[in-house]
Design a protein around this ligand. Sequence first.
Ligand code: ZN
Length: 337
Amino acid sequence: MSDDPFAAAAAAGIHRLAIPTPFAVGRVNVYLIEDEPLTLVDAGPNSGTSLDELQRGIAGLGHALEDIGLVILTHQHIDHLGLIQLVATRSGADVAAIDVAVPCVQNFGEEAQADDDFARDVMLRHGIPEDVVTALQSVSRAFRAWGARVEVTRPLRDGEALELRERTLHVHHRPGHSPTDTIFHDRERRILIAADHLLKHISSNPLITRPRDDSGERPQALVTYLESLRATREMDAGLVLPGHGEPITDHRALIDERFALHERRAAKILRLIGERPRSAYEIAQALWGNIAVTQAYLTLSEVLGHVDVLLNDGRAREIERDGLSIFEVRGDTADRE
Ligand SMILES: [Zn+2]
């Protein structure tokens, strides 16, 4: 047995390059697939350091960035997408992405601003203090420089087969962590390129992202994510290649752990709002203390995700008080607690 957890992937011609990012998550996994065309899955954030490491990694495998013929985008987040256009421009590569990602990435600047405006409204509505919201928004604006717009030349449909010379990658849309998460399944080799849809060491945060339908409704990111996980659980895969950290060899056990974790959190939140009605921000503070301030949007997304589950199955209710959303248990549930 080799010590390299990615050895089995490399044997199948899929090479992991861990590219640095300025974000708390650490390095991002980019994959070079030695096939025809030479294919890169994600590219890392838009920075000189990341580009240097990407070029060095590709050169270490005996190729050059200019040889890349296809770049595949797994989802809209900037740690994965930032360098894609630069790679495509230098190499002349096609850029493939799920069709729903096309408007987000082609109008990157305006979309990012609209996302921030939406996030601001959500944070204020759920009780995050205005000064915290303002601080977070300036961080988000600064981080935007690590992204860049992407021109998609090869839009993909959910369920389609992407053919390379030596392999077929089945394309599956698995929204939840972001609305554009896409996974790529090599059925023959039982390899699944899953990006941030499934990570080994951390649970993928289902971030609340601006809906594209103008409904004004808060999208139920966790509910969507759990549905996506159920679909992935049914898939046949011996090796799952994630967007961060090490590969996963038993995705069903990991997905079951995630389901159990989410159930425990939902139960805990139900107990908290059983004590007294609370805003999502108050719930986040009770669960995570100061992290609810420094990582306000992340923790808010997590709380609202669980609250959505409780609202959907009738265990909780959302009421409005002075423009704030407050959550409380439904009477019949409170009696049973
Ligand atoms: Zn992501």
